[in-house]
Design a protein around this ligand. Structure first.
Ligand code: ATP
Ligand code: MG
Length: 327
């Protein structure tokens, strides 16, 4: 069976982009592969955080993973910081990674905006991500489109390590969905929907109530034409609505475009909101049940145990290959 790894940062409220780009792909994979899903709290530390809020968001994210339908008996769900191998392997890989290649990461450029006060962790973050993936001898990494470049780096680091020190790592492939790989911000369809967006109008969270979902879709930025067609380049706002509607309702983009010929944007916005509300409802119900049940902590404990077991085997091989003495 194939090994799958994917991580999400507990940096804010999970949104439709995270759900459509990443989590929706996890469900079929849990039936056919050995899946490791990780709450990457060490990544969250690359920007200053309120400790209390980080703790809260970490447990919320764990609960949401399960609420979307992931079955703790089929997958391994764990918190990154509870598995020490991630930070250790990241250091070893930092001694393989090059400044030049990290300098080329567009996410770093976006998030740092050239400022001097960003942390060193934000710069080396993609190396920690590579460690996350490689420690599990991962075959497939289901992620959104924005992670493509980091995945390429992960492959480069693994190949370089294998060349320099001998075959230790399996080389992973990314799995990026065909539609919905890049859900755009509702307030600005030129940029991706993001947990760390400055305005709440940017995203719909998975726990958002009906009224607010409706309001945000009504205000979603579109364009000054009135034709509904799928054209991300020239009509990013309308195309984004179509992508969300399609992904949340299971209808194809083409059939939606056909259905909405001659109808106004208002119509499309309302129906998209309704599709989102309907899709999120059972997830929100399950979320509340799980929160009350208190079973999430036990799932995370078990997950960390298995993750430690698997990652330690790879870490020991890395150390041996690099010449570190182990007794
Ligand atoms: P942050 O702004 O803090 O980086 P984020 O919204 O980018 O948060 P991450 O935790 O970095 O969320 O990413 C988790 C997963 O969600 C990744 O697989 C990423 O590719 C995917 N993802 C994030 N944003 C989108 C989006 N707008 N559309 C599709 N997939 C997305
Ligand atoms: Mg991100």
């Amino acid at each position: 069976t194939k090994r799958v790894f994917s991580g999400i940062q507990p940096t804010g409220d999970l949104h439709l982009g995270n759900y459509i780009g990443a989590m929706k792909q996890f469900l079929p994979l849990q039936e056919q592969a050995d899946c490791f899903f990780c709450i990457v709290d060490l990544h969250a530390l690359t920007v200053p955080r309120d400790p209390e809020e980080l703790r809260e968001k970490t447990l919320e994210l764990a609960t949401l993973y399960l609420a979307t339908g992931l079955d703790p008996d089929k997958i391994t769900l764990f918190i990154q910081s509870q598995v020490p191998g991630h930070a250790e392997a990241a250091w070893l890989l930092q001694c393989v990674a090059r400044m030049g290649e990290l300098n080329r990461m567009t996410q770093f450029k976006d998030k740092s905006q050239g400022s001097d006060s960003v942390t060193a962790g934000l710069f080396t973050y993609p190396v920690l991500q590579a460690a996350d993936i490689l420690l599990y001898q991962t075959d497939v990494v289901p992620v959104g489109e924005d992670q493509k470049q980091h995945l390429e780096l992960t492959r480069d680091l693994a190949e370089r390590f294998n060349r320099q020190y001998g075959e230790v790592f399996r080389i992973p492939e990314h799995q990026i969905p065909k539609t919905g790989a890049r859900i755009m911000g509702l307030d600005n369809p030129e940029k991706k929907m993001s947990k760390s967006a400055p305005s709440e109008a940017n995203y719909i969270t998975l726990l958002e109530d009906e009224k607010s979902i409706l309001k945000k879709f009504k205000r979603a930025v579109t364009d000054s034409e009135n034709e509904i067609r799928f054209d991300p380049e020239n009509k990013p706002g309308v195309s984004n609505l179509l992508a969300i509607y399609s992904e949340m309702s299971g209808q194809s983009v083409e059939s939606l475009v056909e259905q909405y010929q001659g109808k106004g944007y208002g119509h499309l916005k309302l129906d998209t909101a309704e599709a989102v509300i309907n899709r999120l409802k059972p997830i929100q119900e399950r979320y509340r049940e799980l929160r009350e049940s208190g079973e999430v902590e036990a799932v995370l404990r078990r997950g960390a145990e298995r993750a430690r077991e698997v990652s330690e085997a790879t870490l020991a091989e890395m150390k041996k290959a690099m010449g570190l003495v182990q007794f």
